[in-house]
Design a protein around this ligand. Structure first.
Ligand code: ZN
Length: 370
């Protein structure tokens, strides 16, 4: 067994339209690229698995045992990434190498076995499937129909004799869509085997999953007392009194925290910041929100929008709305057009009406990609 498995994962996935490339998104319970790594490990067909990724995503692979996994920096184009990997393993004198796109998580271990078997005889083995959709092509502005029974689609992983692939790849100037193209361009004899219909390339977010939505509700109320600063939504608001509390008494942020905890079914703010714990005495509320946000992000939740009712006679919400929303937007990392703040008075009734207390209620919607 002198096989190496190269996974190309340096692509930026521009068509995917997210802040990180698709290969690092959760797909059916784990990171998209981990499906390929885990199957290659499980197959026990490979001496080493080579992951080609951009530097800043290397941290994602810490959990794997180092002696089986090599991580190589990606290049500018696909061909550069592939050459980086081939150069990196050259000294190990590999006999066969499989090259695979991280965006195809659903191949089977059986396919890996077929590829590693056939490549011993044929040097170049490419899995293909027939096209269900009709394909057209253009030559000099004329459109032609590709005959469906004479056309097929290539997939990865693709298997090669290392020597042949290295020789061609080093010479290759133009960027290629896959290594099969390299051999086709040089008129090599290629063994085509049956690919797998399930082994699709994930290109768009819709391919991965439809997000689930979760809602949470939060409420809070604090007494107003003299000689205290008033904090609302993380900023100081000039007022005759401030909100009494173990912390800075920021009713907006407390209600936001409870709404988020509600949406992710993680109890309430008092569970994480008990008021009898001296550690949290006079804590600023943005510091309470931060660890909650960090935790939900780890679980792939994203805040979709916030709707806030601030219930008080004074200060007037209309006067501070922009400032408070700006502050919330910064603290939460959510666009300010996703945050709505309403002011609600109570016709001078009760504690709130007499400016002795301020209350706040919040509804949050979260989305999660499973
Ligand atoms: Zn509170």
């Amino acid at each position: 067994m002198n096989n190496y498995f190269i996974i190309l994962a340096a692509g930026k996935g521009r068509r995917f339209k997210q802040n990180k490339p698709k290969q690092f998104f959760n797909y059916n319970g784990k990171m998209l690229i981990n499906h390929s790594i885990d199957k290659a490990l499980e197959s026990k067909l490979f001496k080493k698995i080579v992951i080609v990724a951009s530097k800043k995503y290397k941290k994602y692979f810490k959990k794997y045992r180092k002696n089986k996994i090599l991580i190589v920096n990606g290049g500018k184009e696909r061909k550069d990434s592939s050459i980086n990997a081939l150069k990196r393993i050259k000294n190990f004198k590999p006999k066969y190498v499989l090259i695979h796109d991280a965006a195809r998580p659903d191949f089977s271990i059986k396919l890996l076995r077929n590829l590693t078997n056939y490549v011993k005889k044929y040097k170049v083995v490419i899995p293909v499937i027939s096209s269900n959709d009709s394909i057209k092509y253009k030559i000099k502005n004329k459109i032609f129909n590709l005959e469906r029974d004479k056309s097929f689609l290539t997939q990865t992983p693709q298997a090669f004799s290392f020597k042949e692939l290295y020789k061609l790849a080093i010479k290759q100037k133009k960027n290629i869509t896959d290594e099969a193209a390299l051999f086709i361009n040089h008129n090599y004899k290629i063994k085509f085997i049956s690919g797998e219909n399930l082994n699709k390339k994930i290109t768009y977010l819709d391919d991965i999953k439809t997000p689930k939505t979760y809602f949470g509700i939060g409420f809070d109320m604090h007494k107003l007392v003299k000689n205290k600063k008033l904090f609302l939504g993380g900023i100081k608001i000039p007022f005759h009194s401030g909100l009494k509390g173990h912390s800075d008494g920021d009713v907006i942020l407390h209600a936001v925290i409870d709404s988020i905890l509600g949406a992710v079914q993680k109890k309430d703010i008092g569970t994480y910041f008990p008021s009898n714990n001296k550690k949290f005495k006079s804590i600023r509320s943005p510091k309470m929100l931060k660890p909650i946000l960090d935790n939900i992000r780890k679980e792939n939740y994203y805040i979709n929008n916030l709707d806030i009712n601030l219930i008080c006679e004074n200060p007037k919400v209309s006067k501070y709305r922009k400032k408070i929303i700006g502050s919330l937007s910064k603290i939460i990392g959510l666009n300010n057009n996703k945050i709505n703040l309403k002011g609600k008075t109570v016709e001078k009734l009760g504690l709130i009406g007499k400016e002795k207390a301020i209350a706040c209620e919040v509804i949050v919607s979260l989305i999660k990609y499973d």
